[in-house]
Design a protein around this ligand. Structure first.
Ligand SMILES: Cc1ncc(COP(=O)(O)O)c(C=O)c1O
Length: 368
């Protein structure tokens, strides 16, 4: 069946920005320089300025941003890294990618982010770092987490892959930890036309370290100061992302407007709505509701041409490949309960309010 309300629609966004995007791509093509041509460097400066962070280093994906940040933070084999049980598998891929062990922590059921009150109980003498995930675009409660990290000399590496522009007490998410890591996967609030990522940090030394790591450890050509990788961003991607960065605040404002429209129209239906913790600004990478009959609701909406998503249907420890990270069902009850009830409604910024009304009418009819 053709979806009347698709879950994402990246073509509409491209057509709205077509003149700017086409010009940016054409300029790179005309320059004949596809790596190290200047677009990446300027994008890094613009993204750092946007975030209010001193340094930004562009890389090939969000997963790679997390992996290089963990390496540069000195995390390696034998170390433990705490993160949340409800996240994109990429968070755990990056932790295990440096040889460390991921130690899962349950979520705060209200915001779906790491339950900071459960962190201390999971710390051991092997714990080296904590990776809070600002899931769906809502910041983790960072201050108490920073207090724990500071008192135990642990590093915080923020997984801000879904939270471009979100704020925690007026400061941008991603600028609190030793590193903040972003993904430019096409459907993110700031999405490229392929893969891309960014590492931001306040430390010049750590910025230099990830800069070396992303390009074979080279500072000057063919001299390798450390054993690195090919984790570079290319010029075409940076050129597209520079255009889109100029529209990020407007597009986040539109997401928030649509979220308020959903809130207003779903109020009183009994469907659980997303919350915004005081002091935090949610940027609604996803607008996530909860319903005990989630699968039936999802089918009902699909039957009316409304596409939805579930992020994520299984917490990490219930994934077949990661079953050793928990003790089976019941290990992280809040994450498990959420995973069985959450439903992401279409919220990309090119959506208009009439489509929100269609979705809400269909949900109201289901509930009735
Ligand atoms: C929370 C989270 N962490 C990490 C990633 C990994 O980013 P990427 O797909 O760019 O590697 C994503 C994106 O899918 C994500 O949503």
């Amino acid at each position: 069946m053709r979806m009347v309300v698709p879950f994402v629609d990246l073509r509409t966004q491209y057509h709205q920005l077509k003149t700017e995007i086409d010009r940016a791509i054409q300029d790179v093509l005309d320059s004949g320089v596809f790596l190290f041509g200047g677009q990446v460097e300027v994008f890094e400066k613009e993204f750092a300025a946007y975030l209010g962070a001193p340094h930004a280093v562009a890389v090939s994906s969000g997963t790679e941003a997390l992996r290089l940040a963990l390496l540069a933070a000195g995390v390696g084999p034998g170390d433990e890294v705490l993160t949340t049980a409800l996240t994109a598998v990429a968070t755990v891929v990056a932790i295990e990618g440096v040889g460390a062990r991921a130690i899962l922590v349950d979520i705060d059921p209200a915001t779906y982010t790491l339950d900071v009150s459960q962190v201390e109980a999971r710390l051991t003498s092997q714990t080296k770092a904590i990776v809070p995930v600002h899931l769906y675009g809502h910041p983790t409660d960072l201050q108490p987490l920073l207090d724990i990290a500071n008192s135990r000399a642990l590093e915080i590496i923020e997984d801000a892959c879904q939270a471009h522009g979100a704020t925690y007490y007026n400061t941008k998410a991603g600028s609190f930890g030793l590193f903040g890591c972003f993904s430019f996967y096409p459907t993110k609030n700031l999405g490229g036309y392929g893969d891309g990522g960014m590492i931001v940090t306040g430390s010049a030394d750590h910025a230099e370290q990830v800069r070396l790591l992303r390009n074979y450890g080279e500072r000057e050509r063919f001299t390798h100061y450390l054993r690195g990788f090919n984790s570079r961003m290319d010029e075409l991607q940076a050129a597209v992302l520079r255009v889109k960065l100029g529209h990020l605040d407007a597009s986040n404002a539109q997401r928030r407007l649509l979220a308020r429209a959903y809130d207003n129209q779903l109020k009183g239906t009994g469907v659980k709505l997303p919350v915004e913790r005081p002091g935090s600004t949610h940027v609604y990478c996803s607008y996530v509701i909860r319903h005990p009959s989630r699968d039936r609701l999802r089918e009902w909406l699909a039957g009316r041409g409304i596409d939805t998503g579930v992020q994520y249907p299984r917490p990490i420890h219930l994934q077949p490949a990661y079953s050793d990270l928990g003790a089976g069902p019941g290990s992280f009850p809040a994450a498990e309960e959420a995973a069985s009830e959450i439903l992401s409604l279409p919220i990309f910024p090119e959506r208009d309010k009439s489509q929100v009304a269609m979705v809400c009418d269909a949900i109201r009819a289901f509930v009735a």
